[in-house]
Each structure stands twice: as structure tokens, then as C-alpha cells.
Design a protein around this ligand. Structure first.
Ligand code: FE2
Length: 118
């Protein structure tokens, strides 16, 4: 499914929506748009049986208090699954494999990044 990620102006909270929001309190997040290293932000994956092992990214992104991957999401035809991370975690997670899904990763400094699952 098509989804849009927005940042709420006042709180900085990020939300996901199936619809385009027409509300000036929410700023649409662009994808893969920040001037930052691609190899540390674009999610990569491996398929193991029915699992999708996701890493952010080819060179693992730093996970420190003021700069880390806050969440990794898998958006497939019928569902959105979000795994939240803490600074002490590795930027790695597992989802159930879904064909033609999209993986999103959100860095608290460098924003939203995505890659597509075959
Ligand atoms: Fe980053």
C-alpha cells in the first residue's frame, strides 16, 4: 500500500498515514533526501526462509543517544509493521517476509530512508 510519513511540527512526532494530509501542522517527510551517507541509511535485507532480516544499512548506522535509527517499518500490501529501536540496540530487525514490500528506516538526524523488497 502507499503510505506517507509526516512529522508533527509541535511535537516532532512522526506519524504514518494512508492518505495525504492537508494540515499545516504536519510536514510530509521526503524519502532518501538528506545529504547523508547512503550506505549507512538505506535499509538492506536478506531473506531467510519466511523471514526478512533487515539491517540499516550496508555499513551499520551508529546507535548513540543523539543519533540513531528510531524505527524500521515494513509496509506491505495489507499491513504496516513498525519496530521501534533504542540507542543501545543494533539497527537490525526481522519481519515476516512479504513480497513487494517496502522497508523504511528513520534516523533522528537524517530522516526517512527506504528500499524495496523483491
Ligand atoms: Fe543518520
Amino acid at each position: 500500500m502507499n503510505v506517507y510519513f509526516y512529522k508533527e511540527k509541535n511535537t516532532g512526532n512522526v506519524i504514518v498515514s494512508k492518505n495525504i494530509l492537508d494540515d499545516e501542522n504536519f510536514i510530509l517527510l521526503k524519502v532518501n533526501d538528506e545529504d547523508a551517507s547512503l550506505e549507512k541509511h538505506v535499509p538492506i535485507y536478506e531473506i531467510e526462509e519466511n523471514k526478512l532480516i533487515v539491517k540499516v544499512g550496508e555499513i551499520l548506522h551508529p546507535m548513540i543517544e543523539n543519533h540513531y535509527i528510531m524505527w524500521i517499518a515494513l509496509v506491505s500490501k495489507n499491513e504496516i509493521v513498525i519496530h521501534y529501536l533504542k540507542p543501545e540496540d543494533d539497527p537490525v530487525t526481522e519481519f515476516e517476509y512479504k513480497e513487494k514490500a517496502t522497508i523504511y528506516a528513520y534516523c533522528n538526524v537524517h530522516g526517512l530512508w527506504k528500499s524495496s523488497v523483491k
